[in-house]
Structure formats: structure tokens, C-alpha cells
Design a protein around this ligand. Structure first.
Ligand code: SF4
Length: 94
């Protein structure tokens, strides 16, 4: 198998906590540059822009790296917490 990061990430598993996403984007009209940047830098590709230009998140597959929490800390546009016990990413090591 290739060493590409996408292939390695594919080895992880994820348990979705249905209806209780651990990261949410607050309602907004115009996203900050920091929030827009997350559509490019989130390693799991959780962030995207809708047709109105607002940023949305589907937290399924989040690797809990904390990048969005740090990048958007000053803007206050996201609510971030760890998943409940038993949910979220299950890393495969080795
Ligand atoms: S914590 Fe990391 S993987 Fe999860 S949504 Fe934020 S940037 Fe993406």
C-alpha cells in the first residue's frame, strides 16, 4: 500500500455519536478568514462552504487534532469539545 496520508487515514475507524456532533460552527453570515481556511487545512476534510459562502462542518471523521480549535480560538465561531467516551476516532497504530 502507498504511504500517502489518505491511505493511512483510511485505516482509522470512526464511531459517530448520532445527533451529538462534538464540533459545531455557530450560525453566521460571513465567515472569517480563519474559518474559511479550515476548508483547506482540516486534515479530515470536515469543513466545507455552502452555496451562500457560509462554512459548515460534518464532524464525522474528525481526528481530534485540535487545529480548528486553535485557528478559530480568536474568532469564537466554533464550539469544540472532545467526543463522549466510546465515540469518535479509533486510531489504528502500526
Ligand atoms: S479537530 Fe482537526 S480533524 Fe477535527 S475538525 Fe478540527 S481540524 Fe478537522
Amino acid at each position: 500500500m502507498s504511504d500517502r496520508v489518505e491511505n493511512r487515514l483510511f485505516q482509522n475507524r470512526y464511531v459517530v455519536d448520532v445527533g451529538r456532533p462534538h464540533i459545531t460552527v455557530k450560525p453566521h453570515v460571513n465567515p472569517s478568514n480563519a474559518l474559511v481556511a479550515m476548508t483547506r487545512v482540516c486534515p479530515a476534510g470536515c469543513y466545507s462552504r455552502n452555496e451562500q459562502g457560509q462554512v459548515e462542518i460534518v464532524a464525522d471523521g474528525c481526528m481530534e487534532c485540535g487545529t480548528c480549535r486553535v485557528v478559530c480560538a480568536q474568532t469564537g465561531e466554533i464550539e469544540w469539545s472532545y467526543p463522549r467516551g466510546g465515540f469518535g476516532v479509533l486510531f489504528k497504530f502500526g
